[in-house]
Design a binder for this molecule. Structure first.
Ligand code: ADP
Ligand code: ADP
Length: 226
């Protein structure tokens, strides 16, 4: 279970460029927040600060009321799913999904159980012996999600995970992601520049522009406004 609190988060890159200008946001346990906005508005920067891949210049990030600004990515109990999948090409689907657990020294029988159950949930159970290049784009994206799910993290971060898929598959996968997220109940932050995707997925949207959150609200509140 995880609640997040972003308090006046700011980012200035080493070259002096201010990418994020003071974002405040409270995220409830189990909520799916979508960060939406045009290219360059700061979505990735914000997500990467939450993941710990980018330093926070000012402000506070709390997870379950504990400040995590200075924690390493691995200490934040967050799993990230990327647009380019970031799968290991030489490893099988099973080993790709098991990788993070193996690194942590998880017992073999537990790994087998978790990977098998997750693969079944994602309809990957018949593909566990394949290498990534023997999979379709949608299957690769499912493996990337599987790898995040087996770790049973407090928070999922999605960085434009569907943008390499064709339009039809994108629609199908976003329905799957929404369903999975609700089943698992894992607090999630999802980045996209696609308004339709944002509207379909989000419990609440953060509409970003030029490094600020211009609007925060449910899809109804934001898109049905007169
Ligand atoms: P988005 O994900 O919404 O496309 P980004 O967070 O990637 O936006 O980028 C926000 C702004 O910060 C952009 O203007 C981008 O050029 C700038 N930016 C991103 N990374 C760096 C960096 N390492 N140094 C300087 N500026 C950066
Ligand atoms: P953990 O839970 O131990 O962080 P991960 O699978 O997320 O397990 O990653 C372990 C390490 O391997 C991390 O340092 C991560 O940045 C790195 N890593 C993960 N995927 C890739 C990849 N496709 N290519 C290169 N490095 C990766």
């Amino acid at each position: 279970m995880a609640t997040l609190a972003l308090q006046n988060i700011r980012k200035t890159y080493p070259n002096g460029y201010q990418a994020i200008h003071g974002i405040n946001l409270d995220i409830a346990d189990g909520e799916l927040i979508v960060l939406v906005g045009p290219s360059g508005c700061g979505k990735s920067t914000l997500l990467r600060m939450i993941a710990g891949l980018e330093t926070i210049s000012e402000g506070q990030l709390n997870i379950n009321a504990t400040q995590v600004n200075n924690l390493e990515p691995a200490e934040r109990d967050i799993a990230m799913v990327f647009q380019n999948y970031a799968l290991y090409p030489h490893m099988t689907v099973f080993d790709n999904m098991a990788y993070g657990l193996k690194n942590r020294g998880t017992e073999k029988s537990v790994i087998l159980d978790k990977v098998t159950r997750t693969a079944r949930m994602l309809e990957l159970d018949h593909l566990l012996d394949r290498k990534p290049k023997q999979l379709s784009g949608g299957q690769r994206q499912r493996v990337a999600m599987g790898r995040a799910i087996v770790r049973d993290p407090k928070v999922f971060l999605f960085d434009e995970p569907l943008s390499n898929l064709d339009a039809k598959l994108r629609v199908q996968m976003r329905i799957e992601i929404k369903k999975l997220q609700k089943e698992l109940g894992t607090t999630s932050i999802y980045v996209t520049h696609d308004q339709v995707e944002a509207m379909t997925l989000a419990d609440r949207l953060v509409v970003m522009n030029g490094g600020v959150a211009e609007q925060i609200g449910t899809p109804m509140e934001i898109y049905n406004r007169p």
